[in-house]
Design a protein around this ligand. Structure first.
Ligand code: LLP
Length: 432
């Protein structure tokens, strides 16, 4: 599934994004993005609700007739207006902090459909999640089991637990976003899994409900999933043979998106293969859970930015825009590629630019060697910006984080206001 075919020489657009060219201008679900940028200022994130629901529908089709729960990995985009879309569509949530739990509840999510992942949960976060009645703790170490059992016992409860196993498969993605290899900090080693389940089953404050794994992110082929599934099912065989029943199996998230012509399998096609494997191994009727993040929101969002100045150089020309690494950290952190397109492309001769932000660091770049015909005041869209952009945005250089709009057919809703300097100074105190 590569990007939509270029229209009349206009730049290619990612699949499943609800973006298209109308009258030579970029539109999202029919909304003219240049007009939204003029009205709300830049930098500005704009999301399509239809694109999120379309991405979710692919998973729902894949799981039709099965006992499956989709838990949106909200770290990808945790804005309340985005969480509401998934809560109303019946999703659960994969959280990694007490703050994320508070967001789920504020957005009307169902605590019983929340799973709590992460290698370092505090006692206070465990207590908060027990009080809220979450569905499952994905525990990542033997030490965490002991602490969680004690916290739950003190409340007269038994915490529902699943153990995250590390299947030691290579997801063939960027090293910073691979998590299932044995040298990663995540999960319990394959060889330790049975012993860890025995310990969990013996602890008075715990109730074993599942098993889980997550091997990495931006995975673009089915093989790592199939390998991880085989390894997890081998473990389920062993654990159940030891007399510990496993109610659900959680296969994590990680499915990639089209950033630059990438061709990940569609969620329904991937799950057709995975379900065939589960059926063949006799686990087809087991309750399934997944934790997709990027593949639900990544191509549903764009970041709009204005060209401030063009700076020609001997070897490089710089196109300096008003968005920066604090708004769009992925290029600086992972050398990630995002398509960048003018909102109203011009037909003139293209110049090659590095698109960079105003922050005082050479690492503050958004795209390298991009060809277009632009002038100061023109606006650009950074595509595939729905996941891991706003949720990782910072205030570096005392820059306020951008506002966010959610487009829903004819409606355009402001779901986050632009952060002001006053917002940023609010928690700081001058010395006496
Ligand atoms: N479950 C667990 C336990 C995770 O750690 C993650 C992501 C997910 C689910 C969701 O994975 P997804 O479906 O989004 O691939 N900031 C990086 C990505 C970090 C992913 C961290 N864990 C980036 O911008 O590429």
């Amino acid at each position: 599934m590569s990007g939509a075919a270029p229209t009349q020489g206009l730049p290619a657009l990612p699949a499943l994004s609800q973006l298209d060219w109308q009258d030579g201008q970029l539109h999202l679900e029919g909304a003219a993005l240049d007009a939204l940028a003029q009205q709300h200022g830049t930098p500005l994130f704009v999301y399509s609700k239809a694109a999120m629901l379309q991405a979710l529908a692919a998973y729902q089709r894949g799981f039709a007739g099965r006992n499956a729960q989709i838990c949106y990995a909200m770290k990808a985009n945790s804005s309340l207006g985005v969480l509401q879309v998934f809560a109303r569509a019946g999703c659960g949530f994969d959280i990694v902090s007490g703050g994320e739990l508070a967001r789920v509840l504020a957005a009307g999510g169902d605590a019983a459909k929340v799973i709590f992942s992460g290698v370092g949960k505090t006692r206070a976060e465990m207590a908060q999640a027990l009080d809220a009645g979450i569905g499952c703790f994905n525990v990542e170490s033997e030490a965490e089991l002991e602490v969680l059992s004690a916290v739950a016992q003190a409340k007269g409860q038994r915490a529902p637990v699943s153990i995250r196993v590390n299947p030691n498969v290579d997801p063939k993605t960027h090293p910073y976003i691979s998590t299932g290899l044995k040298d990663n900090k995540f999960g319990v080693a394959h060889e330790r899994t049975l012993a860890t389940y025995r310990r969990a089953a013996a602890l008075p404050g715990l109730r074993v409900v599942g098993i889980d794994c997550h091997i990495g992110s931006q995975i673009t082929e089915p093989t790592p999933y199939l390998d991880a599934m085989d390894r997890v099912l081998d473990l389920v065989d062993q654990i159940e043979a030891a007399g510990i029943p496993i109610d659900h199996i959680d296969f994590g998230g990680g499915l990639g998106i089209d950033y630059n012509g990438d061709t990940p399998p569609a969620a329904d096609a991937l799950w057709a293969q995975l379900l065939a494997r589960l059926d063949a191994r006799g686990y087809g009727q087991r309750k399934l859970m997944i934790e997709p993040g990027r593949s639900l929101v990544g191509n549903a969002g764009v970041c709009l930015t204005e060209v401030l100045v063009l700076k020609p150089g001997e070897h490089k020309n710089f196109c300096i825009v008003d968005a920066a690494m604090n708004d769009l950290p992925r290029p600086a952190m992972y050398e990630a590629f995002h398509r960048i397109v003018p909102l109203v492309p011009k037909a003139g001769a293209a110049t090659r630019y590095d698109v960079v932000g105003p922050i005082c660091e050479s690492g503050d770049w958004i795209g390298r060697d991009r060809d277009f015909d632009v002038a100061p005041g023109d606006r650009l869209a950074v595509l595939s910006a729905g996941a891991y952009c706003m949720s990782m945005a910072s205030n570096y250089n005392t820059r306020g984080r951008p506002p966010e709009l959610l487009v829903d057919g004819q409606k355009v809703m402001l779901i986050r206001e632009r952060e002001t300097v006053a917002d940023q100074l609010r928690n700081e105190r001058l010395q006496p």
